[in-house]
Write a protein that binds this ligand. Structure first.
Ligand SMILES: Nc1ncnc2c1ncn2[C@@H]1O[C@H](COP(=O)(O)OP(=O)(O)O)[C@@H](O)[C@H]1O
Ligand SMILES: [Mg+2]
Length: 234
C-alpha cells in the first residue's frame, strides 16, 4: 500500500483540495483509496490494512510533531505552497526541518497552488530548483470556479470548466504524484534563504531619485548590513 501525505504548517494552501482531487481521480481508476484525516496513529494502523491500495493523508496545520510522524510513514510527502515570499520561506524551512529529522529528500515534493498566472509558476519553479527539493511541473491556478466546485462537495477535477478540470487532472494524474519524485536538483544553495528577487514580493518597484552623497552612503550601509536588501544603488 502506498501512503501519500499532504502537509504544510500553513493553512489554506490547498492540502485538502489536492488530497480530495487525488482521492477522487484515483478512485475513478478503480484504485482502492482511503482519504485519512491528519492523525499519524491512523497511518500506522492503515499500513496494515491491505484493503486499500492508496492512503491519502490530509495533514494538519501547525503541528510539526504530527507532521514529522506522518512524513516518516508516507511514501510521498507533498507540500502545496503559494508563490509569495511569505509562503515559500516557511515551506522550504518545513522541508529543511523534515530532512534534518531524517526524512529522505527523495520523497518530498512541492506543488504550487493558488497561483495568479502560469508565468508566476515558472518563476517559482525556477527558484525552487535552487533548493534540493523537487517541484511538480504541474500547478494549480487560483480560480473562483475551483472554490465553487468544492463548495458543491466536488473535487477541482470535476469543475464544469473543462480546461480547468483538465489542468487539475493532469496534476493529480502526473507521474510525480503517482510515484516517489525523481531526485531533485543537487544544487543546494542554503535553501532557508529567501529568493532575493522582486518577482516574489509583488510589492516592490524600482524608483529613481537623487540624494545627497551622505544619504547615499547611509543607504549603502543599510543595504550592506542586510537591513534593506532591496535597495539598489546605481
Ligand atoms: N486553486 C484554488 N482556487 C480557488 N480556491 C481555492 C484553491 N485552492 C484552494 N481553494 C480554497 O481555499 C480554501 C482553503 O483550501 P484548503 O484546500 O482547504 O487548504 P488547506 O487544507 O491547506 O487548509 C478552501 O475554501 C478552498 O476551496
Ligand atoms: Mg485542510
Amino acid at each position: 500500500m502506498t501512503i501519500i501525505a499532504f502537509i504544510s504548517q500553513k493553512g489554506g494552501v490547498g492540502k485538502s483540495t489536492l488530497a480530495r482531487a487525488l482521492a477522487v481521480e484515483a478512485s475513478k481508476q478503480k484504485i482502492q483509496v482511503l482519504l485519512a484525516d491528519c492523525d499519524p496513529q491512523q497511518a500506522t494502523t492503515l499500513r496494515e490494512a491491505p484493503k486499500y491500495d492508496l492512503t491519502i493523508i490530509d495533514g494538519p496545520a501547525r503541528t510539526s510533531h504530527a507532521t514529522l510522524e506522518i512524513a516518516q510513514k508516507a511514501d510521498l510527502v507533498i507540500q502545496p505552497t503559494g508563490a509569495s515570499r511569505d509562503d515559500l520561506i516557511p515551506a522550504v524551512k518545513e522541508f529543511n526541518a523534515l530532512t534534518k529529522a531524517g526524512v529522505s529528500k527523495k520523497k518530498l515534493l512541492f506543488v504550487l497552488t493558488r497561483l495568479s498566472t502560469p508565468a508566476e509558476a515558472k518563476a517559482v519553479q525556477e527558484y525552487l530548483t535552487t533548493t534540493c527539493y523537487a517541484c511538480s511541473p504541474f500547478f494549480v491556478l487560483e480560480k473562483a470556479s475551483y472554490k465553487q466546485t468544492q463548495n458543491e462537495g466536488k473535487s477541482i477535477t470535476e469543475t464544469k470548466y473543462l480546461g480547468l478540470a483538465q489542468q487539475a487532472k493532469e496534476l493529480v494524474n502526473s507521474k510525480s504524484l503517482g510515484e516517489a519524485p525523481q531526485e531533485a536538483s543537487q544544487n543546494i544553495q542554503a535553501p532557508e534563504l529567501a529568493p532575493k528577487d522582486n518577482r516574489f514580493t509583488g510589492r516592490t518597484k524600482r524608483i529613481a531619485f537623487t540624494c545627497r552623497p551622505e544619504f547615499a552612503e547611509e543607504l549603502r550601509k543599510m543595504a550592506f548590513e542586510g537591513n534593506c536588501y532591496q535597495i539598489e544603488i546605481l
